[in-house]
Ligand binder design. Structure first.
Ligand code: SF4
Ligand code: SF4
Length: 180
């Protein structure tokens, strides 16, 4: 009887030839394909001994920058948090007290500043929104963890150490925030 869809296939039950029944041609054909791949350039690298070079525009873990005198640039204005599409940034502002001028550049500073790295999509909009050149994305990778809580990064992980500055020259390209 004719099928309605006409997609019916007639399966051949043709007997194998003597050579086919030895399976040798099929085995050699498969082995030759494997052998050919032995001379191709491998697509993988031997990480961590070998590392891939990142693209100059790669966006990784954030840094909160200090100025030349070691003072924190961030003034806790909240623009980065407003710009963040993932709502990954939270902060609490505080007023700079007399005698703290060497710690904070502006009269207001971030008492706490947190980025949830599990929410972050590394879009870089916080960096674009910051009027104080305080937050930048770097080429550093966010380390893995088995727990969720350690992915909430506070100032202890985000503010750059005074004696170990994080290079962000790649991020300060021309045309950004009118730096032409
Ligand atoms: S990189 Fe994007 S998602 Fe991540 S904190 Fe900044 S604005 Fe939010
Ligand atoms: S990082 Fe920049 S945008 Fe975000 S609160 Fe600090 S000064 Fe404002």
């Amino acid at each position: 009887m004719e099928s309605l869809s006409n997609r019916k296939k007639v399966v051949s039950d043709k007997k194998m030839t003597f050579v086919e029944s030895l399976y040798l041609p099929a085995i050699f054909s498969g082995m030759s394909k494997s052998f050919k791949h032995m001379f191709n350039k491998p697509a993988t690298v031997r990480y961590p001994e070998q590392e891939r070079e990142f693209a100059p525009v790669y966006r990784g873990m954030h840094v909160l920058k200090r100025d030349e005198q070691g003072r924190e640039n961030c003034t806790a204005c909240g623009l980065c948090a407003v710009a963040c599409p993932a709502e990954a940034i939270t902060m609490k502002a505080a007023e700079r007290q007399p005698g703290e001028e060497h710690l904070y550049r502006e009269e207001k500073y971030a008492e706490t500043y947190e980025i949830n790295m599990l929410r972050c999509i590394f879009c870089g909009l916080c960096e674009e929104a910051c009027p104080k050149e305080a937050v930048f994305l770097t080429d550093r990778i966010v380390p893995t963890n088995f727990e969720r809580q350690p992915f909430v990064y506070g100032k202890d992980k985000l503010v750059e150490p005074v004696d170990q500055r994080v290079d962000i020259t790649n991020r300060q390209h021309t045309g950004k925030r009118g730096n032409k």
